[in-house]
Design a protein around this ligand. Sequence first.
Ligand code: SF4
Length: 233
Amino acid sequence: MPDVGRAQPPRVREVHGGKSEGVSQGEVLPGAAPLVEGRPSLPRLREAAAGCRRCHLWERGTQTVFGEGRARASVLLVGEQPGNEEDLAGRPFVGPAGRVLDEGLDAAGIDRAQAYVTNAVKHFKWEPRGKRRIHQKPNWTEMTACRPWLEAELAVVKPEIVVALGATAAQTLLGRSFRVTKQRGVVVESELHPRVVATVHPSSILRAPDADARRAALEDFVADLRVVAGLLR
Ligand code: SF4
């Protein structure tokens, strides 16, 4: 696979919504074309990504978990990385976080069947704890190594709007200074896409300390997704 070079943090500016702070400076990232020979398509990209060795995470995960969904989806959702179930199944958002995502999308009036879902990092990063595989957050080097695959998906799907689910996805799309806690639920522009909305990762809702906190976190998540739904109408 040809080398596509080292990705740089994208610039970001708020489109509307009032809460955005901080602007990261960077260069325009390389496009999708170098990742595959000829015209990129989702099947060709998926096939190429299956053999990706751009960072060391291929050694740890069971397989590359590429995005899936409609080839011309109006909304493209980006998570952090595959979890344990996703790693084994080879599909994004099929585990517990995926079920929370489905619940949130349904409540917001967004049909997941009309969307494309993927992750910022496409191999499962984990460490052993007894017999369990415990999630480890990908670092910036791993995020930038994997970003060309996301760029390629964006270039092929051409969504109307991109949703960043959690800090890793948001920082991949919007730069390291982006803070989901301060800038969630507003439309911002990055060099990777003109309309990005960031919200929390659904797994954070599962980690809420009690049922009340979980309910409140889900309501906030749905409110962010309703911003997306409003833009799609
Ligand atoms: S995490 Fe991404 S960049 Fe790293 S090996 Fe997997 S697909 Fe390639």
